[in-house]
Ligand binder design. Structure first.
Ligand SMILES: NC(=O)c1ccc[n+]([C@@H]2O[C@H](COP(=O)([O-])OP(=O)(O)OC[C@H]3O[C@@H](n4cnc5c(N)ncnc54)[C@H](OP(=O)(O)O)[C@@H]3O)[C@@H](O)[C@H]2O)c1
Length: 266
């Protein structure tokens, strides 16, 4: 791509968890964050100071010298905030895993999505270079510009259309949120029996490491995949007084057995 097309100046809209990490990552890689726009003054000014940017809490005061406007506001506010910027053809992206690119139509003639797949919290340090950034845009040229920015901060960039991105976002609930809740169930049950949760940590770490491999299910262990009905029944009995946990145990065990039988048939 010719040098003159590269993105150099960026406006960040939002000052929450993602806006903070993204602004800092871009700033560290030499992109000028020229302005932070945020509804609340305090968090907006704080972020602006950290990346040496200007600040405004009026979305109509967007700095039009920017080559890229990154909307990192709550999903439900994306459409409304996008339109309130009063852009024409400036490149505008949102950062959501679950919002269609079309949510930006009408807000600019050049639009895209810049979705980093990770959970961000302001307080937690993050190494952006290992976080996949999923990119989508309404033209090939915009796509290339966004990939160029994504590659500056991450080693993993991926083109995904809106439908694919939504599927990825949904699977992140299984792989991330649900796994984490399984740990919560274990912690809760252990606490009730006065057993330290720490004992499970090496197992949790080893289980997470299976995701490094392609065919994760081939590494599945436990009573369900072994077809050990005696142990499963004993566990269900132990869980009888923990209604929902028993249902989850039963449902997941049945799903593992079904998955195994399907694989055996192939
Ligand atoms: N956090 C993550 O793990 C993560 C990961 C990937 C993608 N994302 C995406 O990043 C975007 C931001 O998420 P976040 O987690 O960073 O959110 P957040 O920490 O809750 O911050 C929300 C931001 O949106 C602004 N906002 C909310 N409602 C608004 C409204 N009606 N009008 C104007 N501004 C409004 C807030 O402004 P105030 O400061 O004034 O409240 C704040 O700057 C979302 O699209 C989300 O899907 C988040």
């Amino acid at each position: 791509m010719p040098e003159r097309q590269k993105i150099q100046n960026v406006v960040i809209i939002g000052a929450g968890n993602l806006a903070t990490h993204l602004a800092l990552a871009l700033h560290r890689k030499g992109i000028n964050v020229i302005q932070v726009l945020n509804r609340s003054r305090q968090s907006g000014e704080r972020l602006a100071r950290r990346v040496k940017a200007g600040f405004n809490n009026d979305f109509r005061a967007a700095d039009f010298r920017a080559d890229l406007f990154i909307l990192a506001v709550s999903d439900s506010a994306i459409g409304e905030v996008a339109r309130s910027l009063h852009l024409k053809d400036q490149l505008l992206v949102h950062t959501s895993g679950s919002v269609d690119l079309a949510a930006l139509s009408g807000a600019s003639s050049n639009t895209g999505v810049f979705y980093p797949l990770q959970t961000f919290s302001k307080e937690k340090r993050i190494n952006f270079s290992n976080i996949p950034v999923c990119v989508e845009a309404n033209t090939k040229e915009n796509e290339e510009k966004l990939i160029q920015v994504a590659r500056l901060i991450s080693k993993k960039t991926q083109m995904l259309n809106s439908d694919q991105r939504k599927v990825l976002h949904m699977t992140a609930v299984f792989a991330g949120n649900f796994s984490s809740f399984m740990y919560t169930i274990a912690e809760d049950l252990l606490k009730k029996h006065d057993i330290p949760f720490n004992l499970l940590k090496p197992l949790i770490q080893q289980t997470a490491a299976t995701a490094r491999h392609e065919d994760v299910f081939s590494r599945q262990t436990g009573p369900a995949v072994r077809g050990d009905t005696r142990i499963m029944e004993e566990h269900l009995e132990m869980l009888a007084k923990h209604g929902v946990y028993m249902e989850i145990y039963d449902l997941i065990s049945k799903s593992i057995i079904k998955h195994k039988n399907r694989n055996d048939e192939l």
